[in-house]
Design a protein around this ligand. Structure first.
Ligand SMILES: NC(=O)C1=CN([C@@H]2O[C@H](COP(=O)(O)OP(=O)(O)OC[C@H]3O[C@@H](n4cnc5c(N)ncnc54)[C@H](OP(=O)(O)O)[C@@H]3O)[C@@H](O)[C@H]2O)C=CC1
Ligand SMILES: O=C1CO[C@H](CO)[C@@H](O)[C@@H]1O
Length: 376
């Protein structure tokens, strides 16, 4: 068994989800590499130490540059706001570390290209945490599509709907609400939510050729958490786009933080000549499948409960019929990263894969701004 010493940057939502992945992966998957929780880095030493103590990190750092100087760190995991992804990733690659970066890859394509060049020049393992690929029902959708069971694809549609910013008193900027600040986040729902849908869409249905988009910012001014002053809001609160895929199918995507009642309604549907598939994060262990080849008298949507050992990842978990959840997508991604080290192969999505999603996000935002179709 070979150790992989992890230097985690950030103790927030994703710091926790990934650390849980490192803690669990080797308990459930047979692997030749094992993560070691070597160091946790964040600016607030007290909170960093508390997190390190709770999860078992051996040490803390309060400056990521110091973390990168350490010889005892093999892989750097970047779980910080989006505007820090580029600088840390490039410095980590130059320091010879494996780089595991949260989504979206970067603020824009120019940053993403520089990041791809850095990891490729350094020849270091690299991965972006588009975790929804590793929900077993979504992986099963990939398998069904790749086996050709849907035939020629005509339509792909996806949503990611939330409702947490409807209140105009929600501030922008600062530790809790950096997602509303364009400087820290790059964009609003496009980079934060639609990026997931786009990554999954490209994985399942191939590259997107061109897009036509509209965005809206419903609350025009919000107090900035750091300055205490009302400032214009420059992120997109909602985004809708349609597109052509390279395989000739049509795509329709919608995301918003203003869909009252929806917390994380991440859905996808794909319609082909021979069948269709549909999935919904709120019911993540189910895959809906319609197969036109079924005998006419019983033909209809099948509700496949993805929990059987024959289905992706599920042989590593409990017995058929027992569900796993959101956190397992991160455990699976850690397991796949470790397996890639065992086999000496790249893991996906790589930085280069995530750059394709970044290109779509940039084209979507440009299309909305210019009110015109945009090539990706
Ligand atoms: N794959 C997925 O489904 C998800 C992905 N994400 C992505 O993960 C990333 C992080 O999001 P999330 O975990 O929600 O963010 P949080 O706001 O929960 O946590 C951010 C962390 O970053 C640390 N941090 C901020 N600035 C620095 C700095 N300069 N140096 C070191 N640490 C810093 C903060 O600690 P401190 O203030 O002490 O420095 C904090 O621990 C984002 O890119 C986001 O898009 C988020 C949620 C889900
Ligand atoms: O998947 C996700 C769920 O929502 C979060 C925001 O609330 C996103 O940042 C994240 O990527």
């Amino acid at each position: 068994m070979k150790n992989v010493n992890i230097g985690m940057i950030g103790y927030g939502f994703m710091g926790k989800a990934h650390t849980n992945g490192y803690a669990q992966a080797n308990h459930f998957f047979k692997l030749g590499h094992k993560p070691v929780l070597k160091a946790l880095c964040a600016r607030n030493a007290e909170k960093a130490q508390e997190f390190a103590d709770n999860w078992g990190y051996e040490s803390i750092e309060t400056d990521w540059r110091e973390l990168l100087k350490r010889d005892d760190i093999d892989a750097v995991d970047i779980c910080v706001p989006n505007n820090l992804h580029k600088e840390i990733s490039i410095a980590a690659a130059e320091a010879g570390k494996a780089v595991l970066c949260e989504k979206p890859l970067a603020i824009d394509v120019a940053e993403g290209e520089a990041m791809c060049e850095a990891v490729e020049k350094a020849g270091v393992p690299n991965m972006v945490w588009y975790n929804y690929r590793r929900v077993p029902a979504v992986s099963l959708a990939k398998q069904i599509i790749d086996e050709g069971r849907l035939g020629k694809i005509f339509h792909y549609r996806a949503n990611f709907l939330q409702d947490w910013t409807i209140n105009a008193d929600v501030p922008q900027g600062g530790a809790a609400t950096w997602r509303l600040d364009a400087e820290a986040a790059g964009s609003g729902v496009t980079g934060d939510l639609l990026a997931h849908c786009i990554d999954t869409a490209i994985w399942l249905n191939g590259n997107i050729k061109d897009v036509s988009a509209m965005t809206e910012t419903f609350v025009k001014e919000r107090m900035h958490a750091e300055t205490g002053k009302k400032e214009p809001v420059t992120i997109d609160d909602a985004c809708m786009f349609h597109c052509h895929f390279e395989n000739g199918s049509l795509g329709l995507f919608e995301s918003t933080r203003y869909a009252r009642g929806h917390k994380a309604l991440n859905t996808l549907e794909i319609n082909g000549e021979h069948g269709s598939l549909a999935w919904d994060l709120h019911d993540l262990h189910r895959l809906q499948y319609f197969n036109y080849a079924d005998d006419g008298i019983v033909r209809g949507w099948r509700d496949v409960h993805v929990s059987d050992g024959d289905q992706p990842y599920m042989g590593n978990w409990w017995v058929p019929g027992l569900n796993i959840g959101y956190e397992h997508s991160f455990i699976h991604q850690v397991a796949d990263f470790l397996k890639s080290l065992d086999e000496g192969k790249p893991v996906h999505p790589s930085f280069r894969d995530a750059l394709e999603t970044q290109k779509v996000c940039d084209a979507v935002l440009k299309s909305a701004k210019e009110r015109a179709w945009m090539d990706v």
